[in-house]
Design a protein around this ligand. Structure first.
Ligand code: LLP
Length: 435
C-alpha cells in the first residue's frame, strides 16, 4: 500500500515527499514521525474546492487535535483553513503560530474558566458552548471584558455512527452536546440569547470519527436543519452557521475503503441543501471540521528494527516471530486503546517479497503490540520499519511512558525535509522534576 506521495526508488527504498526514508532515519534518528506536506496540502485543497463546488458559502476547519504543532497551524493558515482547538494548549499553539483568531473554533465539553477567559482575550471567533454553566461563565467573562463573544452551541442530534465505541459522539447518551430530543438544545439557545454579551452565531454537531459509512452524516443533516427551523420559529433568531463536524475515515489497511473527500463533502452538502429546501430556512454558512482525513494518511512513523525473536506458539505447533522496534505504545497508543490496525513495510527492502509473518511490538514494559500479525520482508536488526497512516492522533496522543523521549516530527515535500518538532532529549525528560 502506497499513500500520498509515497514511491519506491531504484534502491528499493520507500520515498515520501521525494525523500528517501533511509536518509531521513539516518539524518534525524528514529522513531521519527514523517509528515507528507504535499498530501496535507492536497487534502486541504480537496475540502475547500469541494465545499466551494457543492455548497458555496462554506469553510473547512482543521481539527487540530489530530496533530497540533506550530508548524501545522502555520500551514493551515497558509491553506486558508479555519482551525478547531479543544484546549488552552491547542489555542496557545495557534496563537504562537499567529493563526487569525477570528477563524478559530474553540471546542470542549468542560472548558475551564481560564480557557474561556483566554478565548475572550484572544478574540476567538467561535466558542462552541457545551453546558449551561459554560454559557453563564462565558457571558460573564465577555461582559466584564466589554466584548460580545461569538458562540455556537454543540447540539446532540441523536445519531449513532456505529464506529468504535470510544470515538462515537453523536448518539443520545454521549457526554457531548445539548440533546435536542429532551429539549435541552432549545433551552441552551434561549440561555445564549438572554445575554447581551453573547452572539449566537451557529449550531454544531459531530457524530463520530473514522467513519466509512455515510449514513450518520446523511441522518444528522435534516435533524440539524429542522432544529434551526424550530429555533427561528420559537425565538425569531436566524442561525447563520451550521457546523457539521469532522469524521471521515482514512485508509489504515489495504481493505479500508473510505469515501474520497469530494464524495464525503458532496454528501453532506446535498444533505444540508435538501434540509434547507425542506424547511425553508435561510441557507447557513456551512463549516466542516476534518482532522484525521487531513493528516492521517500523510503521516508515517519510522522505527529501527531491534530484536527479532522466535517463540513457540502455544495453541498449535509452530513458531511465531516478534519484531520489536525502538518505540511503540508511547508514540502510538491507538492499537492498545482502540484495537486500531496498521500497515507496515520494511522500508529499506520494499522490492523484496513480503513472505515472513511477524508480530510487530514496541519496546515498552508490557505487551505493546503495534500489529498483531503482518506479512513483511525478512527483517534484520537495523532495518527501517515504516508504519503507515500515523499522521492523526499519534504524535497528538504520545506519552513519555517508560521515560521514552518523544520522537521528532519532520515535514517532507518536493525532495526536501525540515524539522517541525525536535526530538526530546533525556534532559527534557527531567526538566520539570524538582531536583
Ligand atoms: N470536531 C470535533 C468537535 C471533534 O470532536 C473531532 C474529533 C473532530 C472534529 C475531528 O474528527 P476527525 O475528522 O478527526 O474524525 N483519538 C481518536 C479520535 C478522537 C476524535 C475526537 N474528536 C482516535 O485516535 O481514533
Amino acid at each position: 500500500m502506497l499513500l500520498g506521495t509515497q514511491k519506491i526508488n531504484d534502491k528499493g527504498h520507500l520515498m515520501i515527499g521525494g525523500c528517501d526514508v533511509a536518509d531521513l532515519a539516518a539524518e534525524y534518528g528514529t522513531p521519527l514521525y514523517v509528515m507528507d506536506e504535499e498530501e496535507i496540502i492536497a487534502k486541504c485543497r480537496a475540502y475547500r474546492s469541494a465545499l466551494a463546488n457543492y455548497y458555496g458559502r462554506a469553510h473547512a476547519a482543521y481539527a487540530s487535535k489530530a496533530f497540533c504543532t506550530v508548524g501545522m497551524c502555520k500551514l493551515m493558515n497558509e491553506e486558508g483553513m479555519y482551525l478547531d482547538v479543544a484546549s488552552a494548549g491547542e489555542l496557545y499553539t495557534a496563537k504562537v503560530a499567529e493563526f487569525p483568531s477570528e477563524r478559530i473554533i474553540f471546542h470542549g465539553n468542560n472548558k475551564s474558566r481560564f480557557e474561556l477567559e483566554m478565548a475572550v482575550a484572544e478574540n476567538v471567533g467561535f466558542v462552541v458552548c457545551d453546558s449551561f454553566g459554560e454559557i453563564e461563565d462565558l457571558a460573564d467573562i465577555a461582559a466584564k471584558a466589554g466584548k460580545v463573544q461569538g458562540v455556537m452551541l454543540r447540539v446532540n442530534p441523536g445519531v449513532d455512527p456505529h464506529t468504535h465505541s470510544l470515538i462515537r459522539t453523536g448518539q443520545e447518551d454521549s457526554k457531548f452536546g445539548f440533546n435536542i430530543h429532551i429539549g435541552l438544545a432549545m433551552k441552551a439557545v434561549k440561555a445564549v440569547l438572554s445575554h447581551d454579551s453573547l452572539n449566537l452565531l451557529g449550531l454544531h454537531c459531530h457524530v463520530g470519527s473514522q467513519l466509512f459509512e455515510p449514513t450518520p452524516f446523511v441522518q444528522a443533516a435534516p435533524i440539524m436543519t429542522e432544529f434551526i427551523k424550530t429555533v427561528t420559529a420559537e425565538t425569531g433568531k436566524v442561525i447563520e452557521h451550521l457546523d457539521m463536524g469532522g469524521g471521515l475515515g482514512v485508509r489504515y489497511v489495504e481493505s479500508d475503503n473510505p469515501l474520497s473527500v469530494g464524495e464525503f463533502v458532496k454528501l453532506i452538502c446535498d444533505g444540508v441543501k435538501a434540509g434547507v429546501e425542506a424547511t425553508g430556512i435561510k441557507m447557513p454558512t456551512l463549516l466542516l471540521e476534518p482532522g484525521r482525513s487531513i493528516v492521517g494518511e500523510a503521516g508515517t512513523t519510522l522505527y529501527t528494527v531491534g530484536a527479532v525473536k522466535e517463540v513457540p506458539v502455544v495453541e498449535e505447533p509452530g513458531r511465531k516471530y516478534y519484531l520489536s522496534v525502538d518505540g511503540g505504545l508511547s508514540d502510538n497508543p491507538r492499537p492498545s486503546l482502540y484495537d486500531a490496525v496498521y500497515t507496515a513495510e520494511i522500508a529499506n527492502k520494499m522490492n523484496e517479497a513480503a513472505d515472513c509473518v511477524y508480530t510487530v511490538s514496541g519496546k515498552h514494559c508490557e505487551t505493546d503490540t503495534l500489529i498483531p500479525k503482518t506479512n513483511l520482508q525478512k527483517a534484520e536488526r537495523g532495518d527501517i520499519l515504516a508504519v503507515l497512516t500515523t499522521g492523526a492522533y499519534n504524535f497528538a496522543m504520545a506519552s513519555n511512558y517508560n521515560r521514552l523521549p518523544r520522537p521528532a516530527v519532520v515535514f517532507v515535500s518536493w525532495g526536501k525535509s525540515r524539522i517541525d518538532v525536535k526530538r526530546q532529549t533525556l534532559e527534557d525528560l527531567v526538566l520539570w522534576d524538582v531536583k
